[in-house]
Design a protein around this ligand. Sequence first.
Ligand code: OAD
Length: 342
Amino acid sequence: MAPQKDLQKVAAILKSNPKVIFMVGAGISTGAGIPDFRSPKTGLYHNLQSLNLPYAEAVFDIQFFQTNPKPFYTLSKELYPGQFVPTKFHFFMKLLQDKKLLHRVYTQNIDTLERVAGVDGKYIVEAHGSFAENHCIKCGEEYPGDDFKKYVFDQKIPKCKKCKGLVKPDIVFFGEGLPERFFDVWDEDLELLQDAKDGEFLTITAGTSLTVYPFASLPSEVPKTQKRVLVNKERVGDFKNKRENDHMFLDDSDEFIEALCDVLGWRKELDNLVNNAKKEIKGSETLENETSEDKVIDIKEDIKNELDREEKQGKKEVDEITKDLENLDIEKSKNKTTPKSI
Ligand code: OAD
């Protein structure tokens, strides 16, 4: 639980109307039931072993995808947006937008939960892309979203309608460049940060292990004159060298937001946002109870079913080949005993 004294300091900063920049990762979505990547036991990379990957991150590696796209499609079915309700942390971003305090949200997440929570796209920088659009990796042709979704849920692999190449959502894989918007917007924001008065900005880094670059370097580039907050279950990246202006909360991100909103007197506004959105988001009643641990079990089951299906398919093919060979033998022996009439 976050110490009251530290919460009060951050609350006081927020009451002084700073421009807030978020830098977030998978940890802020675990409360929605989406596993993060690197947490021991519950992280996706620990649970992908059964997909027979050469190494866990290969599921998001462009070279591996070109030779075997199947693991990515198995995982996509589980992670496809539209199945999850945003967390309190996401709604806190929306609350800051309503209070005219939000300056930017840099997210590594592909779950689009910032948008679902109502944050305007102009504030969001999806550094690692999203499922919003899909393109052929060979000729670049766009592939229709509805068709793509159907293939994903039927566990089939879509092919480009023009050249039959492999199709991939515009998620940034290892071996690919980040969207231009990431670099352009960060250049602008960095200039603002450098020209700003002391404490004019507040950056909040949350739910990220800060291991994937260039995103991981953002917090370290924030000038020392600006205040930084870390909300993460563990101390990460540049926060291992604490600055004078840093506040660190090694907490669950949603519990932190609840406690902070209590101190700020914003809890009712936050809860209203959460409850109204949940009413609007169809099917949320059944989805909201699933934890990220449940989701990991779902993913493991899906992978197992897929492997069983492949094994059965393989066996069926072997049976068919054996049958063909047997028929061939019968034909041969028939030909031996019945000489052809000329
Ligand atoms: P990671 O899984 O690497 O890190 C998640 C961090 O969040 C860890 O430090 C956890 O301790 C912390 N965490 C987990 N649950 C939390 C919670 N409820 N509250 C607070 N902290 C929590 O995820 P990312 O840093 O986002 O790339 O990973 C970066 C990139 O690596 C991802 O964008 C992904 C992956 O390969 C792509 O999808 C292309």
